[in-house]
Design a protein around this ligand. Structure first.
Ligand code: HEC
Length: 206
């Protein structure tokens, strides 16, 4: 694992065994591994958990069960995934595997506000007349922006009327802590397989 020659799908499993090991030698190897994050790409999901442990392996069937049934994570309270159930607070995930890499999916789960999907972030805008508005910017140009208030009502705002504006944040809670690293890996495995029909049949790999 330290030499990065281990089968990618087994990394998290070996990492967990190493964490539980009483051997000083294993502990030293583990420290060495954590001190040298992979080159390129995302580094650490948390101080002792590299992202690379969350992107390979995992069980799509368990991931699907978590998305549809995990009460703490409550994905379908905000997303529509593989059925018509679910909500549209967050983006539709039905074909998300065709749009995002596994690494991007893992980041979406661990740090939702790191990259905000356009139109889905929540911003606070203070107008020059003192009004404070919270909601999502759905469209914007140099002169005005289309704002969606929490009740779904659209509002056009002139840029000249704006006194201040916060950067968008996600309402999605960071999932590490709500889900275990193993569960996040399962969810990534499931979501990465959700692809548009055409891409699915073109790719024969199962
Ligand atoms: C409280 C509502 C809420 C919950 C609960 C929630 N999400 Fe989200 N999610 C959002 C919102 C809003 C966004 C869009 C803003 C952003 O980029 O974070 C989002 C974005 C995402 C994205 C990125 C989509 C893209 O197009 O890149 C993924 C993947 C995702 N969520 C998966 C999940 C999964 C899986 C769960 C359950 C483990 C979950 N979400 C739970 C609201 C939620």
């Amino acid at each position: 694992m330290v030499a990065r020659k281990l089968d990618a799908g087994l990394k998290l499993d070996v990492f967990r065994l190493a964490q539980d090991s009483a051997s000083g030698e294993v502990a030293a190897a583990l420290r060495k591994y954590l001190a040298a994050p992979p080159k390129g790409g995302l580094k650490m999901a948390s101080p002792d958990l590299p992202y690379e442990l969350l992107t390979d392996g995992g069980d799509p069937a368990r991931g699907k069960a978590i998305i549809n049934g995990h009460l703490g994570a409550n994905c379908i309270a905000c997303h529509r995934v593989d059925s018509d159930e679910g909500s549209e607070v967050g983006p539709m995930l039905r074909q998300i595997g065709g749009l995002r890499t596994k690494e991007e999916l893992a980041e979406s789960l661990v740090e939702p506000s790191a990259k905000i999907v356009a139109g889905f972030g929540i911003e606070t805008i203070v107008l020059k007349d003192g009004t404070t508005l919270a909601g999502s910017v759905t469209k914007e140009n140099a002169k005005s922006l289309d704002f969606r208030l929490p009740d779904g009502k659209p509002q056009k705002i002139n840029v000249t009327a704006i006194a201040s504006r916060t950067p968008p944040v996600s309402v999605m809670p960071p999932m590490l802590g709500i889900l275990t690293p193993e569960e996040i890996r399962d969810v990534v495995a499931y979501l990465s397989g959700l692809k548009p029909k055409a891409a699915k049949s073109a790719k024969t790999k199962k």
